[in-house]
Design a protein around this ligand. Sequence first.
Ligand code: CAA
Length: 379
Amino acid sequence: MHFELSEEQQMIRQAARDFAQNELKPGVIDRDEHQKFPAEQVKKLGELGFLGMMVDPKYNGGGMDSVSYALVMEELSKVDASASVVVSVNNSLVCYGLEKYGTEAQKEKYLKPLAAGTQIGAFCLSEPEAGSDATSQQTTAEDKGDYYLLNGTKNWITNGSTASTYLVIAQTHKELKHKGINAFIVEKGTPGFTIGPKENKLGIRGSDTHSLMFNDVKVPKENRIGEDGFGFKFAMKTLEGGRIGIAAQALGIAAGAYELALAYSKERKAFGKPIADHQAIAFKLADMATQIEAARLLVHKAAWLKDQGLSYTLEGSMAKLFASKVAMDVTVEAVQIHGGYGFVKEYHVERLMRDAKITQIYEGTSEIQRVVISRSVLG
Ligand code: CAA
């Protein structure tokens, strides 16, 4: 067992760290305030190869491992979780799903531009009545011979308006329940496919979250992913990897808030000395550092298992459950350490605290992770 990162992994982490400081930090407060999508920054992330990191280079991907992906997610999320969620969805849910389960023709047409980062994708599972309860899909995909007719509504879709390619989960054979569900590739602009207004959110306000409406949308048969009825398994397998990305995002939010609190506590003086020299603050920092390191170990273990081709369902859920709690706890403490300054936008920590909350909600809530974990530990 060894815990060192390879030279290549360290270089990738440094590139992400530099990008976060130089490209994401300027303007992050304004983007959050005005709910501006980080379009320029996402374009540059694509140029750096961070939008299709783990995809085979023959499909324009970076050919990197999942540990590198977790490192990149952590570094970007220290500064801007609205940008890192784009990286997470594009890599884990869209590119991974297409590369692992798509046909060669689907990979040629859809994966290549997504992995190159010239387009971005969206993953559409959640519905008004089917969030955590993913088997209860109300969106229907009626088999019409050489095409499917899609009808229904999807909710909370990240990259909702900025994506070009949408992976949409829908029910084809209601009587078969989850075994009748399919996954489809739907192109933006297909007649009958409309995008609802942007959600006005507590956190990750720069990311564009929308409802999507499908009204008699014709999807060619060749755009179905996998065999008839494979859609639910497709969603479950894809979300598993997504949980590593979100765990790494939560870790990054925590680590970003901690680094700010650490620096502030060394500068800010009270009662004649830096507040870091008061045990009340020093102990908080000790707890934060310990929680973050524990979260990092869980995230890296889950990513490493994935890289070894081993099962990571349990570890991915553990990493997400734990890291998202750490993100919440650490960001609250970071605001506390900053005192009044923590309550204003200029010091960044209040945004990180708001962003932390989503990590306990999306890609399966904390409760869903406990479902996955308890089923595993109970056998
Ligand atoms: N891998 C492969 N198959 C899996 C699986 C996995 N990880 N988890 C479940 N399955 C299979 C089961 O084996 C079973 O198949 P069989 O009937 O053939 O045996 C089938 O799926 C149904 O499994 P369950 O009976 O366990 O299903 P359940 O209803 O109890 O649900 C759940 C399990 C873990 C709670 C699941 O529903 C779940 O993960 N829910 C959360 C969904 C989620 O994350 N939603 C957010 C999506 S994000 C989004 O849409 C927006 C965005 O922008 C990203």
